[in-house]
Design a protein around this ligand. Sequence first.
Ligand code: MG
Length: 390
Amino acid sequence: MGSPTTVRVAIAGSSGSIGTQTLDVVRAENARPDRDVEYVVTALGVGSSVDVLIAQAREFAVGVVAVADASRVAEVREALPGVRVEPTMSDLVAHADVVVNAVVGFAGLDVTLATLAAGKRLALANKESLIAAGPVVRPLRSTPGAEIVPVDSEHCAVHQCLRSTVREGVEVARIVLTASGGPFRGRTTDDLRSVTVDQALAHPTWSMGPKITIDSSTLMNKGLEVIEAHELFGVPYDRIEVVVHPQSIIHSMVEFTDGCTMAQLSLPDMRLPIGYALAHPHRIATPFGRIDWENLQRLDFAPPDRGTFRCLDLAYEAGRVGGTAPAFMSAANEVAVERFLEGGLRWTQIAETVEESLQQHESPTGDLVAADIIEADRRGRDAARRVLSR
Ligand code: MG
């Protein structure tokens, strides 16, 4: 056997849940004596979690790091002599074959744009960049070599199901995204007025960062994923459906024109979509959990409760309006979720804040550029703050 092929990996947002799990996948794959691919982590970036960054950079002997928080750069330089310290995450792109964009929130847009413009593979875990900036990201996807492989369990599932057709554009009848329903599945609006931050953070099947966990509890996460699916796969909104599936074993489905539905099943572990994106079009050799058919007794399905979990339809609405509406809505949601996490808002007020903010949205005319998205993001935040200050 020859020596393994090298794949250089950069991780923007390496200290968070997706970032650290990416390193788990790399460790596991590189530990295999029979490996035919060697993943080399070349570049890591964080906002301000420099302690984590320093430990990771030492373990993986990384040559380049990015630190967004300028006030923490000096201590990183001191701790990592000989390592280049860059000011922005997009500076990591040049050093990798595949860029994992695990930045949380709208700040991830630059990494998405830089990776696609450089004609590289983007393992995309940052939802907001595609959801908010879909119209700006779209043209860059045709850069030679550029490719988005989604690191989101649902979209990774759809990506896998789509491999069973060679005529995606004509043979896809529906995309069906599954939702666990979050910790508050089956509860009423009245029940939910007094829930605490800790209750909202206790997700039944997935272990994720705080922002996305709150978004899962409101179904905003699923709503954002509907927009993400529309952007990624070019399927119209009336052919993207959501079904609640509490076991989180089926990660999403694609129905074709002949009525055949393909589903992707696996245990709920983000290391599968991460590994899928790192290895694409091949597969990693490490299974992070396998389905136990003796104990998996049943798979349940139910329609989502759209009255209690209003955020789902608010996202559909913003998606259908298109233009800057998804950016505006996503920004307003970020502000509301931050306020909830700080203890300054009731859970039920998250949807109310997003809805009231969205009423203030106005789309600019003409072709959208990145500046329009940034402006819509700013306006969405301002609108939410105004709603919250009343
Ligand atoms: Mg997801």
